[in-house]
Design a protein around this ligand. Sequence first.
Ligand code: NAD
Ligand code: MG
Length: 388
Amino acid sequence: MTQRRLSLFGATGSVGQSTLDLVRRDGETWQVGVLSAHSDVAELAKLAKEFRPDVAVIADEARHTELKDALAGTGIETAAGADALVEAAQRPTDLVMAAIVGTAGLAPTMAALAAGYDVALANKEALVSAGALMMAVARTSGSTILPVDSEHNAIFQCLAGGRIDQVRRIILTASGGPFRTMSSADMAIVTPAQAVAHPNWSMGAKISVDSATMMNKGLELIEAHHLFPVGLDRIEILVHPQSVIHSLVEYIDCSTLAQLGSPDMRIPISSALAWPQRMATPCAPLDLASIARLDFEAPDEVRFPATALCRAAIAEGGARPAQLNAANEVAVAAFLAGRISFPAIVDTVRRVIDAAAPATPSSLQDIFSVDAASRAAAQQFVDQYEHA
Ligand code: NAD
Ligand code: MG
């Protein structure tokens, strides 16, 4: 491949590290322009020394001096804070990897899209909060959004086999998470450690909890609705515990295309990095004979009400998905901090949505206001649970 520049946001995370693993193996191709992290200066500095970006950005401004000291004499520029992330996202590049977790990634991702750069999108919360705006900005600027989420990457690949107006159904597969077979009564007392222990994937803490509540699949339904405009009623969820089929597309002729692979994020990441080509990965090829069988079941929306909540939120549209996402981020953080129970996560989200007035955000600023108000509301419910 010809040389390409990569700006990587969320370099120290699970997706960020998997991305750098691929870049490291294909050093001839990639020139890293930007690396960013939230607060882990030591890891960011270590990665910066290895990958030699033009700029290393630490989101937590209080850590800037520490980062400057760590990179003194290297010639690598340093920057800090939310505005610096946006500025870094506007620097000329061939591809931006959006791998920050949460709506913290929204502003830099929008900046990259507005600048016309192609974006490999892992940061699903940005799309959930501001999907309509993001898609509109990408259309105007001509940016391509390359989905990194394994399901959406699978659908993106399957859509190469037909026309989107000839799709009958998109089937999003879900592992079901660590509590797939657990009763509601048992789920009431699970610990954060149990919730982040995903059976198939190794991921950051927030998305692991989202997988356990199935909120992740609901967020992915909203994500799919924006990325693949086939109509909400044509997007279904299917539980598939082995995580071998990453999603399916059924066409009007009843041909169903699926994308399969080992549950290793480096596969969808490589697909986004190399698109429209492919690149070799160190991932394990599928051994279907040893996997022997693939199982499927309908999702249980009684034990896992999050997906229905998400479907209702995107059907209503406007600010609802942003309210839902913000409330979920607060509730997941509270659960991880041991402040609320596992069922209280989805309850908090529902209560925030029920209490919030509908609104129609028309700018990024509007989305940030909705996000802030919903976080404050969620925090109040969290406090009530804690003191109940
Ligand atoms: P992670 O927690 O491992 O990493 C998150 C990254 O974001 C880190 O680099 C962190 O420093 C940075 N970050 C966190 N808060 C920030 C803030 N306020 N400002 C700036 N940077 C901040 O998360 P992850 O599992 O790598 O997930 C990243 C995104 O990719 C999420 O949106 C997730 O839903 C999505 N995703 C992840 C996986 C996976 O396998 N991990 C799969 C599909 C989608
Ligand atoms: Mg996924």
